[in-house]
Write a new protein. Structure first.
Length: 255
């Protein structure tokens, strides 16, 4: 579900995750950066074609048709495939989105697939009508989740990758530091299942979603055990230690 400018996802682990949705302003900033890159690459392609044009002229009319076809194909790939390509290899980000700290993800928090990236960008031509992304801007403005048409088709949203509140940067995290002592005997069966489910699923989660879930579960468990853990990957290390202690004690082994 969503609340105004935030997307709230209720996970199977009984944890609610909140993502700030990207509005028109931030998406325009990302688009401006991507457009500048496309323009620079397009200019380079044009220069290359102008250099090669005399050589194609030796083949007469057929040569001119070939160079025109190649130019059109290159333009289409630069306009449409640019976004899909980067969103596939960069897990929902283009250079512009990375600059603006935005990311495309599925409505339920999962990473987008190649199919999702291609589907949402095939509609980019329609979103750009009648010019300056008129249809897309109207769609984002009136949509509760700030979606353009491509997002509706692919089931995706664009969110801000803001720093997690209360989490220190990775570079400041002393991963070789020992965890504080704790007693996990008060952990309930539901809490143990929550930790196990997260650890089993974490490798398939989007990095941002994984970090948020680890933080929220570690905060929940840490508050009960009176232990405070800051920063990834220490949140996951803590959860692994809690799970290990429960297993060694045989807690809920027959449940």
């Amino acid at each position: 579900m969503d609340s105004h400018d935030h997307l709230i996802i209720d996970t199977p682990e009984q944890t609610s995750l909140e993502f700030p949705l990207a509005g028109i302003g931030s998406r325009f900033l990302a688009m401006a950066a991507d457009t500048a890159i496309q323009a620079a690459v397009g200019l380079l392609i044009l220069i290359v074609f102008l250099i090669l044009l005399p050589g194609f002229g030796l083949f007469g009319r057929a040569g001119a048709q070939w160079i025109l076809a190649l130019f059109v194909i290159a333009g289409f790939l630069l306009y449409s495939a640019y976004f899909a390509f980067f969103e596939i290899v960069w897990n929902g980000q283009t250079p512009g989105k990375r600059y603006a700290q935005l990311r495309v993800m599925k409505d339920d928090g999962r990473p987008i697939s190649a199919y999702d990236a291609i589907a949402r960008n095939l509609l980019r031509i329609v979103d750009s009508l009648p010019g300056f992304y008129g249809v897309g801007v109207l769609s984002v403005f009136f949509s509760k989740q700030s979606k353009r048409l491509g997002d509706f088709v692919a089931g995706t949203v664009v969110v801000h990758e803001t720093a997690l509140e209360g989490v220190r940067p990775f570079a400041e995290t002393k991963i070789d530091e020992y965890l504080p002592a704790f007693d996990a005997s008060s952990i309930t069966l539901d809490e143990l299942r929550l930790i196990e489910t997260f650890i089993q699923r974490r490798d398939s989660l989007d990095p941002g979603l994984r970090g948020k879930m680890a933080l929220q579960i570690a905060d929940r468990i840490g508050e009960k055990l009176q232990v405070k853990v800051y920063g990834w990957p220490r949140t996951e290390t803590f959860l692994e230690a809690v799970l290990k202690q429960c297993r060694e004690r045989g807690q809920f082994r027959n449940s």
